[in-house]
Design a protein around this ligand. Structure first.
Ligand code: NAD
Ligand code: ZN
Length: 352
């Protein structure tokens, strides 16, 4: 089979590989659509998870099942499925402890294009098929279905980590495709005010649609100062971080009320330490929680999140701004995600 791979840091291209083998609990699937993620950009061009040689990239896809292992009960060839970007080993001790995303080691539930080949190939392997696949709802667009792989569960996980409550004022830092889903998740959880930090007009328009009430740009001065101005010096109850750098924790802590929580899902691609401002962190006693996490993955989450879409409570369509058809456009889509033109939210490639 052919797959689009990271050859080494900074270099990518099409390669030939053997079709993966299917173990008793596994499935082999072929993509219906794949989406490019900013994490692919961090991995390939920044070497953020270290060097990888001839590793097929990509972790966001919807697919059709072509083969299942002898122990798989709920899926069969021909089924159209949703696949989470994080596919834990559900019988691991880490999953039993409630941290499925770290099954087998820190971040090891993230297997595609990290510990094994990813989804930018004619076929790919899914471990623990009954625990990780979900049936794609009837009539769902395969391009939209890709957004359920990672953007929805990750953006929503920031909201879960920040523990957004009814009536909260929430700051969402970064409104790319992940942060937009944090805006949507905060709105679904009952936030009263959602202050979004971002600059691309297309993202600002989408954020309005998902429930953002106020907008600030990090290019117009320190985020925390702008938040304090907007909130009459009070600050916010919760912060979701879905963009920025190791420096972004500083304004997040400064903008947060005591007792507040920060949920980070941003992938910190560079820098050795994050900055926590001592005084605004209450000289160590401010009850300002900083939580960072990889989304949990798995079938139940896929089923629940897709039910929000079928119930008409979550519209994925605004995320897919650039939809291509055919593998020939994959590289173009990947390079778009790196270059982030002003009209881009998410590039998706449908495999017709
Ligand atoms: P994106 O680049 O499209 O959006 C990032 C946003 O951050 C933009 O709105 C941009 O304006 C804003 N931004 C950039 N620099 C900033 C700064 N200095 N201060 C404040 N805001 C700034 O990215 P995306 O595709 O939405 O992904 C967001 C992050 O989430 C990426 O780092 C990605 O790798 C990561 N991610 C994490 C997971 C996970 O499971 N934890 C999954 C997918 C993606
Ligand atoms: Zn992703």
């Amino acid at each position: 089979m052919k797959g689009y791979a990271m050859l080494k840091i900074g270099e990518s291209g099409w390669i030939e590989k053997d079709t993966p083998a299917c173990g008793p609990l596994d499935a082999i699937v072929k993509p219906l659509a794949v989406a490019i993620c900013t994490s692919d950009v961090h991995t390939l061009w920044e070497g953020a998870i270290g060097d990888r040689h001839n590793m097929i990239l990509g972790h966001e896809a919807s697919a059709e099942v072509v083969e299942v292992g002898s122990e798989v009960k709920d899926f069969k060839p021909g089924d159209r499925v949703l696949i989470p970007a994080i596919t834990p080993d559900w019988n691991s001790l880490e999953a039993q402890a409630g941290y499925s995303m770290h099954s087998g080691g820190m971040l090891a539930g993230w297997k595609f294009s990290n510990f094994k080949d990813g989804v930018f190939s004619e076929y790919f392997h899914v471990n623990d098929a009954d625990g990780n696949l979900a049936l794609m709802p009837e009539g769902m667009d395969p391009a939209d279905a890709c957004i359920l792989s990672d953007m929805v569960p990750t953006g929503f996980h920031a909201v879960e980590l920040a523990d957004v409550q009814l009536g909260d004022t929430v700051l969402v830092i970064g409104i790319g495709p992940v942060g937009l889903m944090s805006v949507a998740g905060a709105a679904l959880r009952g936030a009263s005010r959602i202050i979004a930090v971002g600059t691309r007009p297309v993202c600002i328009e989408a954020a309005k649609g998902y429930g953002a009430t106020d907008f600030i740009s990090y290019k117009d001065g320190p985020i925390d100062e702008q938040v304090m101005e907007l909130t009459g010096g009070k600050g916010v109850d919760r912060v979701c971080i879905a963009g920025g750098t190791v420096e972004t924790f500083e304004p997040a802590v400064k903008a947060l009320k005591p007792g507040g929580k920060i949920g980070n899902v941003n992938y910190l691609g560079s820098g050795d330490y994050i900055n926590i401002p001592r005084v605004e962190w209450g000289v160590g006693m401010g009850h300002k929680d900083i939580r960072g996490g990889l989304m949990p993955g798995g079938r139940l989450r896929m089923e629940k999140l897709s039910s929000l879409v079928t119930a008409g409570r979550l519209d994925l369509h605004p995320e897919c701004t650039h939809v291509f058809h055919g593998w020939d456009h994959l590289e173009e889509a990947l390079f778009l995600m790196r270059d982030k033109p002003a009209d881009l939210i998410k590039p998706v490639v449908v495999i017709d």
